[in-house]
Design a protein around this ligand. Sequence first.
Ligand SMILES: Cc1cc2nc3c(=O)[nH]c(=O)nc-3n(C[C@H](O)[C@H](O)[C@H](O)COP(=O)(O)OP(=O)(O)OC[C@H]3O[C@@H](n4cnc5c(N)ncnc54)[C@H](O)[C@@H]3O)c2cc1C
Length: 397
Amino acid sequence: MNFDLSGELTALRRRVREFMDTRVLPRESEIVSQDRVRDDHSLLALQAEARSEGLWTPHLPTELGGLGLGITGMCVLFREMGRSPVGARIFNCDAPDQGNMDLLLRVGSEAQKARYLAPLAAGEITSAFCMTEPAPGAGADPSNLRSSATPDADSFIIDGHKWYSTGGGDAAFLIVMARTSDDLENGATMFLVDRDAEGVEHVRDVPIMSEPLLTHREAELRFHRVRVGKDAVLGDVGDGFRLAQARLVPARLTHCMRWLGWADRVLEMCKAYVSTRRSFGKELGRHQLVQQMIAENALGIHAGNLMTHHCASMLEAGADKEARPYSSMCKLHVARVLCKTLDDAIQMHGGLGFSDDLPFAQWYRAARAARIADGPDEVHQVVIARDFLLGRLNLLV
Ligand SMILES: Cc1cc2nc3c(=O)[nH]c(=O)nc-3n(C[C@H](O)[C@H](O)[C@H](O)COP(=O)(O)OP(=O)(O)OC[C@H]3O[C@@H](n4cnc5c(N)ncnc54)[C@H](O)[C@@H]3O)c2cc1C
């Protein structure tokens, strides 16, 4: 196994790291406070800088203004961008837009790409992915899908109720999963729906544990007899569940990449504090119980990094189906590591860690969603155990 990066990727990584260190991190809190009052001028300014530096949408092919990186290349850059919760947005590769771009690129028609992918890639609009519904609808178990799309002449009529459609309030378009038949495997279809189409109601942004950030506002939406043409179908009728898997496997891996960068930064911040703060006659970092926290989190981040690289290499080799349980392992592990690193960072910083003078408390509230979004821990455990018992997991690759 070779973990050496190509010269080109090493240089790109250095440039993104430098951009993050010198331009993004110094303005991070400014961007967050502007966002609280829905002002985005610092964000837009940095996006323009990222674009002029040639670092914009690196995951996309060069024809669409990207860098044509494969998923292992994305791993390297997304970790750097993920060091700040505002980083991915600055380079236009944040969730859910990045996963939606990926899906449109793979299965969108030429007309759909021109209408939705091009402005999304240019950063002119944002999008949302609408699968989850309030109980008793689709959640951890997507087969509970209730929203429906009924054929009517040359169109479909969508009725339904969604929530946790991240960014749905601000989005220009939505990818909506709806039931088109009762067939267990082929009963769902994805539709591209304009957010301002007649009958789409933005009920509210769901109040959540953490403060809303950029487009990460959790929209509740209702669809009242929304009429869309047959050309709004993404992929084919009946492909919804398969496309959702195809979108989610790489999308959850890109979450892992960003979370690894974030956790690594948190641990570096801990290093700075425990190396200087003295307690009982020596620096905190010389107390073994503090060292234990540092070691456990270092271990978790490094293991998560290797798991993510391994799974990315499977996707790059086209082994999408085989990669699924490995992506579940990555997602489960890295989400836990992120939460644990932040919890321990609060602990290692004592009262300062619990205060809002440092960002850990705020970050912890946001990071907690990692163990629920894109499938809760338990569902990933089910997948891992099932595939292990079926002999589909090779633990000692
Ligand atoms: C911040 C955030 C952003 C999100 N963004 C999006 C988005 O953009 N688009 C979208 O469509 N959805 C989004 N979601 C929704 C997310 O995918 C769902 O919350 C998740 O799939 C769980 O579904 P649920 O909330 O309905 O929980 P439920 O299905 O009600 O499950 C509740 C709990 O039951 C347990 N559980 C469920 N199944 C099992 C099982 N088989 N074995 C053991 N325990 C189990 C788990 O602990 C689970 O957390 C987001 C969620 C969050 C928190």
